[in-house]
Design a protein around this ligand. Structure first.
Ligand SMILES: [Fe+2]
Length: 266
């Protein structure tokens, strides 16, 4: 099973905006993979200002994807508009939030809504956390992926940490009791990062709209480049467990076969 993840498309209604072309490149890339993903997750900042017209454009841009696509809100999104436009996704949706379960045997995917209207930081209130705890209790041995917009860790980059997930400790307490959580996958920071988190692995996905170029010597400064560098492929096999690949988008060299299934090629 292949769960593809793209993040932060930041779609606008400006005709010439690069974000639409960048998302189109990511969608084309997914549809040209040797094996099509079973599911695509879009981990927030789907639209840049949360207008209805932006989501209409997003839906058109995502429409070439032939597999189920699941979206969650980021801090740039409007939850109410997303609920209207995307309807109830998955199973067991939490009323009033974009939170739901996607059962894809043998995996279980759980969408979390960290949006705080009008704010950059993310939160998971008591209601959202209680819903998560109940869903995890239903299937304590099913390998589970949580997907949410705000990663539950500090990045060390000051402007990003000001808009961090506020309830990371409360989420961590639940994760520590839930060993079936194989991965927590997020967006928000526009750069791939990975950290140990209460017995699981938490990671962020590259953004399709722009790539963050942090200056690690000056963590109070940030820059971006307008490009779509990569997406993530979370691949489950019973023999390997959950592996996450970075799938690079863009110009590629020629394909050189190394192994034909029986032997290494010269
Ligand atoms: Fe973003």
């Amino acid at each position: 099973m292949i769960i593809a993840q793209i993040s932060d498309p930041h779609i606008t209604t400006i005709e010439t905006d690069e974000s639409a072309a960048n998302l189109q490149r990511a969608v084309d890339h997914l549809m040209q993979l040797p094996t099509l993903p079973d599911v695509v997750l879009v981990t927030g900042d789907c639209a840049d200002t949360g207008s209805r017209a932006e989501y209409e454009r997003l839906q058109i841009l995502l429409s070439p994807l032939t597999m189920p696509v699941y979206v969650i809100p980021g801090n740039h999104d409007d939850r109410a508009v997303m609920l209207q436009m995307f309807g109830a996704q998955g199973q067991q949706p939490l009323d009033g939030f974009v939170q739901y379960v996607v059962d894809r045997e043998p995996l279980r995917l759980i969408a979390l809504d960290t949006n705080v209207p009008g704010r950059g930081e993310g939160a998971l209130c008591t209601e959202r956390l209680a819903w998560l705890e109940a869903r995890l209790a239903e299937a304590p041995t099913r390998p589970t992926i949580l997907f949410l917009h705000h990663p539950p860790f500090l990045t060390g980059l000051a402007p990003l940490d000001k808009i961090r997930l506020l309830d990371a400790d409360a989420l961590g307490a639940i994760i520590a009791r839930s060993p079936q959580v194989e991965r927590i996958v997020a967006g928000h920071v526009h750069v791939p990062m990975l950290r140990r988190f209460h017995g699981t692995i938490a990671m962020s996905c590259p953004a399709t709209a722009s790539s963050l170029l942090p200056d690690l010597n000056q963590p109070q400064r940030l820059a971006v480049r307008l490009e779509t560098p990569a997406c993530l492929l979370h691949v489950w096999n019973d023999s390997t467990g959950l592996l996450t690949y970075t799938s690079v988008i863009g110009a590629h060299g020629p394909v050189v076969e190394l192994h034909d299934g029986e032997k290494w090629l010269g």
